[in-house]
Design a protein around this ligand. Structure first.
Ligand SMILES: [Zn+2]
Length: 68
């Protein structure tokens, strides 16, 4: 067993179904810069993510900024 996790290939925004432009999800590597590391995700957007996808799929930049 290796304990180096790889990003899930979730490239779809769980809120709107659009492309989330998440670099790690697209490439399968965590060592890439992604817009989501510098953007502040609004609490309102986080609250709308389905529980089964929370922490597993990136939002898209548009949804991440909603309410913020
Ligand atoms: Zn979205």
């Amino acid at each position: 067993m290796t304990d180096s996790p790889t990003p899930l290939p979730n490239v779809i925004c769980p809120l709107c179904g659009g492309a989330n432009e998440c670099a790690p999800a697209e490439s399968g590597r965590f060592d890439l810069e992604c817009w989501c590391r510098t953007v502040r995700i609004s609490a309102e957007a986080l609250a709308r993510i389905p529980p089964e996808l929370a922490g597993k799929a990136c939002l898209c930049p548009r949804c991440a900024a909603v309410g913020g």
